[in-house]
Design a protein around this ligand. Structure first.
Ligand code: ATP
Ligand code: MG
Length: 876
């Protein structure tokens, strides 16, 4: 069975059990400070489990693209070395939100694996939670009972597992519960008869592996560590799709399934290294096939490689692939980018975002590869130097600090450093390196760690209603609050029953303002969304949080922000009209002061084009188009209205469409009532930020006036200086031309004066035996001119020793030039001479036998130094 059919079968199976089949959420997570990438199917439902949102259906199923390379789940180092962990993988899952529980979850899992797919019972194992006295959680007898109905015998088929393996928690606090895993034994009969499978479950055996985890969410973990029963119980399951494919297709490795074959074959074709011939090649082929998927999918979801946060994680995955190619497959040229078309045609059916962004992905990967291969080259050179330095000192251990610096600053991986050291019979101080790594991790954890207390519930309430589209003031009640500590500072998180405060999302910054009751006033310094919960951040906790408050948004800032948000839509529209419909939004930032818009486009727009874009956007401003919002319509309807959905964005069942004339966008942000409020849009910068992605920045309204005035004032000042207010460019051009003419004249003059200086010096030449000794003190303002003069004198004949000095800026300078023949036949060396005489000017010098110079603190000693030089020659 092909992978595609298998995925379909899963959907159909759970569809027949009343599940709504939904899309995978983007792999890159936005709006969750605790998570960079989706690492399990349940992530997108976190807000439902936390009770912040209602599900669209209480039974859903899907295939979720996951990435496990950071934080709690990090499988990166396993990938490629084993055959069943990936960085990016698909997780099939079915969910019950307060609907069915353990019975159905277990029975259906069994029916699907054993009944539908025909995986034989004797190859399957189930685990259940053994219980934990400290948490006061009993053994999961309920799950045991249902498994008992599936297996024909229970002995050694249903196994008990500890808290580590069989108790799932969302985080330090929050929903949690026991889980039941299904493991499968795919070993050959001969091996199975030697060691029974149950002895290998959860022991890291590559062919006795977990494929499905059924989590039964029934508790809530509080900040003090205790558990409380949840009112509604949920099911959350996750099954590795690639592993399931391996089992169903009768393979021993995920990489042998049709999911990976096309890409692996293409790598073999390009590199000439076949899969299955050599262990080191196989590892590299697996690493590359895996990492290519992870990187391509994240770029398609809008996360480009970069040097911080999520972008840096992606960059490191990509570099790992390049490095394995470089080390094991001898690829010294970029080649990963050439694999993208094969990947896109293999996975584009299920994931159209990959097809849509194919070219861009390829270009970005190419740039990254090229840059990293250069870094590798540089790093190799640096290590080469370190090694020779160590050898000179008779040492054979490279300090961890240096390896860490190579890794951290130059992206040069430690294992490669180690490999090179080994080839030179040297070692890395690994403990030192680990120490540095740990320090860095600690630093970044401390920077980001948020220490949150339990929510203090004041009154029960449903979702916070956002009233800020219509008003900037409202009467609100605090429903819950908690104290949090960030970087040693205390804040208070407040949640209201309803709120006019816009929470940061969709690129628009959060509102600020204050809340005020009869007794007190509390500043709101920011508003954010966490798992769909609108959180108002205050510097302190209100003394009486039960009071009725008036919530007041800083309306000036809000208006400026809304101007910029609407302007962003108009610019987007104008960009598409001028540059073409391939232009897509790749990111945006809307603040009160300016707007930033990232978009896909492959070449630099010319000046004319930028002017045209600005002109179109400003025309829409002057048309004073009214805001036209349609809320709560299905995505399909929004498409029909002309709105474009973005890949990598998560949309709910129903969406909001914001229209200003012909500009139509899916948008949850705040906007002005008509475009005239923007006044004017001024683009202030435009440039590339990655392959195929450009960034434009603009200002509007009063900020645009300020910007324009600043420029005008500068021009006025120049005009005044030029005394020609009409044509400034011409005036400046004239000045520049004059300047360059003067420069040329000056150079000529200097050359002439140098010539006459040389002539004067030559006149004073003394002949010492057959050597012409030319010396003197000249006036000049640069050591370079002094050198040039000495050099010129040296050219006049082949028996010259020239010693000239000058006092420049109160310091002594001496240059000695010696003809080549004198150096060769008489052994006269300018360096030796300069060392001899430099003491006279309180300084030191050096150079080469034919030209040397010295500088010193004592200009009064120049004459004496020259005298000494003459004596030197006399003695030769
Ligand atoms: P393992 O112990 O094998 O790493 P896990 O306990 O981390 O698995 P879960 O977090 O329970 O796995 O995830 C659910 C399912 O997702 C697993 O049963 C497995 O089939 C699959 N899975 C987990 N991690 C990976 C991975 N890195 N690559 C591919 N599939 C995975
Ligand atoms: Mg794992």
């Amino acid at each position: 069975m092909k992978a595609k059919e298998l995925r379909q079968m899963f959907f159909e199976f759970f569809g027949s059990k009343g599940h709504k089949i939904i899309q995978s959420a983007p792999m890159v997570v936005k709006n969750d400070p605790t998570l960079m990438f989706t690492n399990a199917g349940m992530n997108q439902f976190k807000d439902i489990f936390l009770g912040n949102s209602q599900p669209i259906s209480n039974r859903v199923a899907n295939s979720q693209k996951c990435l496990r390379v950071s934080g709690k789940h990090n499988d990166l180092e396993e990938v490629g070395h084993d055959t069943y962990h990936h960085t990016m993988f698909e997780m099939l899952g079915n969910w019950s939100f307060g609907d069915y529980f353990k019975k159905e979850a277990i029975e259906w899992a069994w029916e699907f694996l054993n009944g539908k797919l025909g995986i034989p019972e004797e190859r399957l194992y189930a685990t259940i939670f053994e219980g934990n006295t400290e948490d006061k959680v009993p053994r999961d007898d309920e799950a045991f009972g249902y498994w008992k109905n599936c297996f024909s015998e229970t002995e050694n088929r249903i196994l008990e597992g500890s808290k580590k393996d069989n108790f799932w928690e969302m985080g330090e606090t929050g929903p949690c519960g026991p889980c039941s895993e299904i493991h499968v034994d795919i070993r050959d009969e001969s091996e199975r008869s030697k060691i029974p499978g149950h002895e290998l479950v959860n022991k890291g055996h590559p062919q006795v592996i977990e494929i499905w985890n059924l989590v039964f969410i029934q508790y809530n973990r509080k900040a003090d560590g205790s558990l409380e029963m949840l009112p509604a119980k949920h099911v959350d399951t996750g099954m590795g799709f690639e592993r399931l494919c391996m089992v169903v297709q009768g393979k021993k490795s995920n990489y042998d399934t049709d999911i990976f074959q096309a890409v692996i074959n293409e790598i073999s074709r390009i590199t000439g290294k076949n899969y299955g011939e050599k262990e080191s090649w196989d590892i590299a082929l697996r690493v590359i096939a895996d990492h290519l998927r992870a990187v391509s999918f994240s770029i398609a979801d809008g996360q480009l490689p970069s040097n911080n946060k999520a972008g840096y994680v992606i960059r490191r995955i990509l570099r790992r692939a390049v490095r394995y190619g470089y080390n094991n497959l001898e690829t010294e040229e970029p080649f990963l980018y050439r694999l993208v078309p094969v990947l896109a045609s293999a996975m584009g059916d299920q994931y159209p975002e990959l097809l849509a962004a194919k070219e861009q992905i390829s270009k970005i990967i190419f740039e990254e590869e090229t840059a990293f291969l250069k870094t590798l080259g540089k790093g190799l050179k640096m290590i080469g130097k370190m090694i020779s330095d160590l050898k000179k000192e008779n040492k054979n251990i490279l300090p961890g600090k240096i390896a860490f610096e190579l890794y951290d600053t130059y992206g040069f991986p430690a294992d490669l450093t180690q490999l090179i050291l080994k080839e030179n019979n040297m070692k890395l101080d690994t403990a030192g390196f680990e120490e540095e790594m740990k320090d860095q991790k600690k630093r970044s954890r401390e920077d980001a760690s948020l220490d949150a207390g339990d929510w203090q519930i004041i009154r029960e309430s449903g979702d916070t209603q956002f009233t800020g589209y219509e008003k900037t003031e409202d009467e609100v009640l605090i429903t819950k609050f908690r104290k949090v500590k960030l970087k040693g500072k205390e804040f208070c998180h407040l949640v209201f029953d309803k709120t006019p405060f816009y929470a940061e999302s969709g690129g628009q910054v959060g509102d600020t303002g204050f809340i005020v009751s009869e007794k007190e006033k509390t500043e709101i310094i920011d508003t954010v969304k966490e798992n769909n919960l609108i959180i108002h951040i205050a510097n302190q906790t209100p003394v009486d949080p039960t009071a009725l408050f008036k919530a007041v948004v800083n309306s000036d800032k809000r208006l400026m922000t809304s101007n910029n948000h609407t302007a962003t839509h108009l610019i987007h529209y104008a960009l598409r009209s001028v540059l073409g419909n391939h232009v897509e939004q790749k990111g945006s930032l809307v603040t009160p002061d300016r707007l930033r818009f990232d978009f896909s486009h492959f070449s630099k727009p010319g000046r004319e084009e930028l002017l045209k874009i600005e002109e179109i956007a400003n025309r829409l401003v002057r048309e004073n188009l009214p805001q036209n919002v349609t809320d709560n319509i299905p995505l399909k309807k929004a498409h029909e209205m002309g709105a474009m959905a973005l890949f990598g964005e998560k949309y709910g069942e129903s969406v909001r469409v914001v229209k200003f004339g012909t500009s139509v966008e899916l948008c949850g942000g705040t906007h002005i009532s008509s475009t005239g409020s923007i006044g004017i849009i001024k683009i202030v910068s435009e440039g590339a930020i990655a392959a195929g992605v450009r960034r434009l920045e603009a200002v509007t309204a009063a900020r645009a006036d300020e910007y324009i005035n600043e420029k005008l004032i500068a021009i006025e000042e120049i005009a005044t200086l030029l005394k020609s207010p009409v044509n400034i460019a011409e005036g400046v051009e004239k000045l520049l031309a004059e300047n360059s003419m003067l420069k040329k004249t000056l150079e000529k003059y200097q050359a002439n004066s140098a010539k006459s200086v040389i002539k004067e010096l030559e006149k004073k030449a003394v002949i010492i035996r057959d050597i012409s000794f030319v010396s003197g003190v000249v006036e000049t303002d640069s050591a370079d001119t002094l050198k040039a003069i000495a050099f010129e004198i040296r050219k006049t004949s082949d028996n010259i020793v020239a010693v000239i000095g000058s006092s420049i800026n109160g310091k002594a300078n001496i240059v000695i030039a010696v003809s080549d023949i004198l150096v060769r036949d008489k052994g006269i060396s300018a360096v030796n001479m300069i060392k001899e005489i430099a003491s006279e000017i309180n300084g030191g010098g050096g150079g080469q036998p034919f030209l040397a110079s010295a500088g010193g603190k004592n200009p009064d000693g120049i004459d004496a130094a020259i005298k000494k030089a003459e004596e030197f020659i006399r003695k030769v």
